[in-house]
Design a binder for this molecule. Structure first.
Ligand code: CA
Length: 330
């Protein structure tokens, strides 16, 4: 039963659960307690080994099987605050080595942040923006040149679903066979399994395994007002929910969010003290309510990405994923 209600923000703080790994047994232990990431890390280090490290897709499956009740849970992956980036190969088990690289001259030059790698016909590598859609190579014993433009993350998913992975390591990325495959690129850049990021595992292991949700990315995090404006510009509006069918549609989308909540087109009028759904015909404007009174609060409604997908009151300045409605009926 999906109740239409909201809770104050302080009840929504710790919706995440966490998993700790026992490295001796190579297993995972699902802890059904709500804590912040730092508290969870401390707990795991005291009572087990550390927060869970996931080294490959098989490990991910074991982790998920071990915690059937889980909707979302902390793992040991964290973004370093000082942001030192490090190169990785996409294929689990292949370690990146500075001594085994084939950078083109002047590369990697990191122009406007270039965290992914491409290969040229000459078999030399360049760094390139991960968001820039390019053709790409997949590998499983042989090469597959995929002439579809995808971002690096999309390319990685494609290769993992259809082959093994993006080609990784100098051993794979050399030889006449590769040269022959690349001869038909028409001079386009081709993504390979090279990426760098600032993420690290809590237990210090250097696994390159990442499994980011690609339906939402950082660029999709917006304040409520930015989200409203984005949806109105690119789609129809921020999503509204007026019946159970719409709730179900939105909660399926929300499950894929990278933030714990997703913005809905739900707004609170602070001076008149009521919630309302925004619609294009009645444009709400913060700081000015319908009777002209100043309205200095910035409170909007968001659905929790996991759990029962209840709605919560959130500060509109928070940067969250959001869901746009595509047409008039949603
Ligand atoms: Ca470059």
């Amino acid at each position: 039963m999906h109740r239409f209600e909201y809770f104050p923000c302080d009840r929504a703080q710790f919706v995440l659960k966490y998993i700790s790994a026992n490295n001796n047994q190579g297993g995972y232990h699902y802890i059904n307690v709500k804590k912040t990431w730092t508290e969870a890390q401390q707990y795991c280090r005291e009572k087990h080994t550390d927060l869970a490290t996931v080294s490959d897709i098989e490990g991910l499956k074991r982790l998920i099987n071990k915690s059937p009740a889980m909707t979302e849970a902390w793992i040991g992956l964290y973004d370093q605050t000082n942001g030192i980036r490090r190169w990785y190969w996409s294929l689990p088990g292949v370690e990146f080595s500075e001594n085994e690289t084939e950078w083109n001259s002047g590369e990697p030059n990191d122009r406007n942040t270039e965290n992914c790698g491409c290969i040229l016909k000459s078999l030399k590598w360049i760094d390139l923006s991960c968001e820039r859609p390019e053709h790409f190579l997949c590998y499983d014993e042989k090469f597959y040149l995929i002439k579809q433009e995808k971002t690096w993350l999309e390319a990685q998913s494609y290769c993992r679903e259809n082959h093994t992975d993006l080609p990784s390591g100098l051993d794979q990325l050399q030889g006449e066979r590769l040269k022959n495959v690349l001869s038909s690129t028409g001079g386009k850049y081709v993504f390979i399994g090279l990426m760098r990021d600032t993420w690290r595992w809590s237990d210090g292991s250097s696994f390159s395994f990442r499994h980011w949700n690609k339906d939402f990315d950082d660029e999709e995090n917006k304040t409520w007002e930015e989200a409203l404006s984005y949806c109105r510009h690119h789609h129809h509006d921020l999503v509204t929910i007026t019946n159970l069918e719409e709730q179900r549609w939105v909660q399926e989308k929300a499950k894929k969010a990278s933030t714990p909540f997703v913005w809905l087109g739900l707004r609170f009028n602070c001076s008149l003290k009521f919630w309302f759904w925004v619609c294009r015909e009645a444009v709400p404007h913060r700081n000015q309510s319908s009777d002209g009174q100043m309205d200095d609060c910035n409170v909007s409604g968001a659905m929790e990405a996991g759990g029962q997908h209840l709605w919560f009151q959130r500060d509109g300045g928070e940067e969250l994923n959001f869901i746009c409605s595509m047409s008039n009926y949603l």
